[in-house]
Design a protein around this ligand. Sequence first.
Ligand SMILES: [Zn+2]
Length: 102
Amino acid sequence: MKLVYRNENNILVNHAKNLLENAGIEVLLKNEYVSTGSHPHFVFLELWIVNDLDEDKALGELSSLQSNEASEEWLCPDCGESNDASFEICWNCKHERNAQGE
Ligand SMILES: [Zn+2]
């Protein structure tokens, strides 16, 4: 068992899980509860591979996901907050992403 991906955004983690399953890799999801001052029940989702031998293949699949994540962040036209690429609405004001006229 090896941890290959970890994110507080469960959409991204589930996307990563789908990528690996489609590649024929057996995976497990785990939750990790993190206590911080401002987010007392902040949850990180962890994606584990069952077979260590799948690690290189898994990381290859995930590398594309992580580069997309970094490049497709969008700014809310309404409140100016930056939003993760996987968010369809602004986390801050619920403005719809498509409303900015893509
Ligand atoms: Zn906004």
